[in-house]
Design a protein. Sequence first.
Length: 350
Amino acid sequence: MVLGAGEALVRVELATICGSDVHTVLGHREEPVPLVLGHEAVGRVERVGHGARALDGSPLSAGDRVVWSLTVHCGDCNRCLRGMTQKCRALRKYGHERFGAEAASNRWELSGGFATHVHLLAGTAIARVPAETPAAVLAPAGCGIATACAALRVALRTVPLARRAEAPGAAVLVTGGGLIGLAVTAMATVQGASVTVSDPDEARRRLARRFGAEHALDPTCDSIDPGAFDIVIDASGAPAAVAAGLEAVAVGGAVVWVGSVFPTEPVPVVPERVVRGLITISGVHNYAQQDLAAAIDFLVQHGRDFPFEELVGAVFDLERIDDAVSRAGEQREARVGVRPGAGAAGSLPA
């Protein structure tokens, strides 16, 4: 294949199955078909087009181990210029693009991570990663971990996390103990916050403690004190959890919704409490380039301090992708892995 300026061809080392992949297969999300699913992956660069560069501005080279962003952005529209690259007006997304005769002009058949190779387009944030960091730690960075960074970054616009001489660290409530919620927990803990995780699943509550949570609550039987938390981040999308978070936030606090990426029943909001309580409510969807860089930095520095590698449970060869997606739908683990089989990992023909 011929690469354009700023493009790269990457051989996939490991991909992980996000919940959105499962929802697409089950028909809960509408996507253009046919397409190659998969947007969380780590791999090695096999070829580069002229001028291809990593996120830090350095030239990409064959052999570089990389993680890349979920989205491709133009860099010129008003949204990109405001830093909202994930909402680019010419947005394209890995694992979400149709290929075939009607889409032949886009030259982008290798657009998803459930394959031996991925064609990275110009406008993709590409982060070089260390050889020694496990693939299971790195693969989810391109979606879940970077999204966690974005949620925490938005919260920090309102409330500082770190402990100061005159005050303790922020009290943080995380509702939803999946991959995003656990990543937020670890990141906030490292920055000096006291984190409480609320999730109805006992195994997730145990895991949350290993990711630094001081308290792990069962929302079906444990009460949450009203106004007790400086920051509330919902990573579940469950209306009951969203509503509970609104009650739990303190005066001057921040509420960040990151899990509500599917239709639900409306959640009641009392405007007077928001106004009198100086409460900031923000939504986070996907992430900006800086969040991918922050996710990689965090995983390189702290990936072994917390059980990130254990979040990827079963790993299937690419030939068993149907079995892998079925397993992911059972939600036994935060992520299921997919890797090209030994006979499929060679280079593409020129």
